[in-house]
Design a protein around this ligand. Structure first.
Ligand code: SAM
Length: 398
């Protein structure tokens, strides 16, 4: 019998709500929001769909088992029971894949450990105990053990220890999902793709008008907005590039039970679009020609250069290119500049005077002085930009 999969999409702190809305749009009922993650029950197709379509997730993980582990012995014993197909597995199989299939020694694996509130404090030691548990059980069952591959393992495993609870997870993504394949050139402080996508999704734009970023840097906001507008899957280019180089795009393609035909059906599912390609207009500007060069090559790889116009401009003296649309700004205010109210006032003036009629998204570092923008946001989302506190602010510019 096929048991459901317990799946978890991880994300940066602050993006949980947008990620849960993405999952709901994929037909997931009652996504469970946790700190930095959203969980759901699904099948393999829903796992593949998550990897193919989620724009704000870092990875999609599959929970294999969870058990009480107060020390190294109980930790290893739990994993041994799992590999042997015993009672530590919550489900007995994962969507039809049995522990014996998954832990076949023909599959290489790696283990990463994260620990919080446990007496076991050394994550490398914890990972070693789990590895020992797996290979000891394999030797008993198969008479041989799997190899470790730290670079590109068939099974990227994670052990999470929270106080006395151990959870073994399988990373179905492999490389993180921000590796969309279009961003090879970067300048300054580029936004991560997931955060850029979250800006666009949080703006809840109706698709009327153009997409613009007058301080576009390497063009991440424009690329993400363009793909959302066209209903292009965030995994589409990654998949094509992997096919061309003969590699796997996601770890799940190498798992037992992977069904390439069923995955093709997932890839063929229609994704709602805001417009047709011929209606899409993208405007990017930046003071720096190096930024514009990077934006151009990234947008070209993203398949959007045919719809884009990039110009060297000073955003403070350049008007909006048309009457309405979505304007996105990730101003170059690091921690020091962000504390100066004058920068925020100038940004607010720019939006009010030059982008009337547009919906605006501003994503910026700790916006302690952000109120000096002088506009009332329709949405305010505290997020993490890497290790830094940041805010996504959405405005209607009347
Ligand atoms: C934080 S970066 C944007 C990064 C971008 N979101 C990305 O992901 O690559 C800010 C950009 O604003 C540009 N910039 C700064 N002042 C500007 C101005 N007055 N007009 C236009 N661009 C400006 C900088 O050259 C820089 O590329």
């Amino acid at each position: 019998m096929k048991s459901p999969l317990s799946l978890v999409a991880t994300c940066s702190l602050g993006l949980e709500e947008v990620l849960a809305a993405e999952l709901a749009a994929l037909g997931v009922e009652a996504p469970a929001v946790e700190r930095g993650a959203v969980g759901w029950q699904g099948d393999w197709a829903s796992c593949w769909r998550g990897n193919w379509r989620l724009r704000t997730a870092n990875r999609v993980l599959l929970e294999l088992a969870s058990w009480q582990a107060s020390g190294g012995d109980s930790l290893a014993a739990g994993v041994e029971r799992l590999v042997e197909g015993g009672d530590s597995s919550a489900t007995g199989d994962w969507g039809g894949v049995t522990p014996h299939q998954l832990f076949d020694p023909g599959y290489t694996f790696s283990i990463r450990a994260t620990i919080s509130g446990s007496q076991m404090r050394d994550s490398r030691w914890v990972a070693l105990k789990v590895k020992d548990g797996i290979v000891d059980a394999q030797r008993r069952i198969y008479g041989r053990r799997a190899s470790i591959d730290r670079e590109l393992p068939d099974l990227p495993l994670r052990i999470r220890l929270v106080r006395k609870r151990a959870t073994l997870l399988l990373d179905t993504s492999g490389l993180p999902l921000d590796r969309r394949g279009y961003r090879l050139q970067m300048v300054g402080a580029p936004l991560r793709e997931q955060l850029a996508a979250a800006c666009v999704l949080a703006a809840d734009w109706d698709g009327k008008g153009a997409i613009a970023d007058p301080m576009c840097g390497s063009g991440t906001l424009l690329a993400e907005a363009g793909w959302i507008a066209l209903g292009k899957a965030p995994g589409a280019l990654r998949w094509r590039l992997a096919r061309e180089s003969g590699e796997r795009a996601w770890a799940f393609e190498g798992f037992p039970g992977f069904d390439a035909r069923r995955f093709a059906a997932v890839r063929a599912e229609a994704i709602p679009a805001l417009m047709k390609r011929e209606e899409l207009k993208i405007f990017g500007g930046d003071l720096e020609s190096a930024a514009l060069n990077a934006a151009e090559s990234n947008l070209r790889r993203a398949g959007l250069m045919g719809q884009a116009r990039l110009r060297q401009i000073d955003a403070h003296t350049t008007d909006a290119p048309c009457e309405r649309g979505l304007v996105m700004i990730n101003p170059p205010y690091g921690e020091r500049l962000a504390m100066d109210p004058d920068h925020w006032k100038r940004l607010g003036d720019l939006l009010k005077q030059r982008w009337q009629g547009w919906r605006a998204v501003v994503v910026a570092g700790d916006i302690g002085k952000g109120k000096f923008i002088g506009l009332r946001p329709r949405r305010r989302m505290p997020v993490k930009n890497g290790p830094l506190d940041a805010r996504i602010l959405v405005f209607d510019l009347f």
